[in-house]
Design a binder for this molecule. Structure first.
Ligand code: SAH
Length: 231
């Protein structure tokens, strides 16, 4: 992309039509994340470190630094970077935390979490996506992520409890088995909605006294589906 002139006036491609260096692309990317309200320095640094292009194929890799969701295999999508960053920020991940993600997809969100957490477990119902994500984690040397092919609605009982749990597929309600696998003092971030169009991002805090729910913002995710996919 950077070795040919681009007449486009899209700011992500260089307003003056000149080639945009990777450093400049990343600088603009981080600027966009800040402008969307991401404040946590560690989260911004994780977003800067993880190359979103590594999780995309073909022409879509060229748009890795656009703040937009993009198609991946199995008819799924990689989330919008600002949503990944805001969800990661809401999760308040610390360096000693064991994190569970439901909905590996491309693996991008798990990779961002891997920069902040001690250990990340990520669960996906499409075996093919799990295989592809594992290959990218290996290539990037992200050795603290374990990707598992399973129906994430039931969590990952053999590794529970978790300090943090994030769902990147929308549930009708925060799933009971996942709430049960959250450690007291833990946080869960989950898109909740009855339809594909109206969903709220909910932050759940678990204490000895019970569960506290906070509504963060409107979001749009693919639904959390039951059972394994066929591919
Ligand atoms: N976090 C991903 C994007 C998530 S897309 C990324 O960074 O790229 C949502 C994913 O959730 C899809 O891949 C979908 O297959 C998966 N999913 C939906 N229901 C699921 C379930 N019950 N268990 C595990 N994964 C599920």
């Amino acid at each position: 992309m950077s070795d040919r002139p681009d007449p486009s006036d899209d700011p992500a491609r260089g307003g003056e039509g000149g080639p945009v260096s990777r450093a400049e692309q990343i600088m603009r990317f981080v600027y966009t994340l800040r402008s969307k309200g991401v404040r946590d320095a560690a989260v911004l640094q994780a977003m800067e470190r993880i190359d979103r292009g590594a999780f995309l194929r073909g022409v879509f890799a060229e748009r890795a630094y656009d703040d937009t969701p993009l198609p991946i295999a199995c008819g799924q999508t990689i989330s919008q970077p600002s949503v990944v960053a805001l969800m990661t920020e809401a999760l308040e991940v610390g360096p000693r935390d064991k994190v569970l993600e439901i909905g590996t997809g491309s693996g991008y969100q798990a990779a961002v979490l891997s920069q902040l957490a001690r250990r990340v477990y990520t669960v996906e119902r499409h075996r093919r996506l799990v295989g592809e994500a594992r290959a990218v984690f290996d290539r990037l040397g992200l050795s603290n992520i374990t990707a598992i092919a399973a129906d994430g609605s039931f969590g990952l009982p053999e590794q529970a409890p978790f300090d943090r749990i994030i769902l990147t597929a929308a549930a009708e309600d925060p799933p009971g088995p996942l709430l049960a696998q959250l450690r007291p003092g833990g946080i869960m971030v989950v898109p909740v909605g009855q339809s594909d169009t109206v969903q709220s991002l909910i932050k759940v805090r678990k204490s000895e006294a019970g569960l506290d729910y906070e509504e963060l913002r409107a979001v749009r995710f693919v639904p959390l589906l039951e059972g394994m996919a066929l591919d």
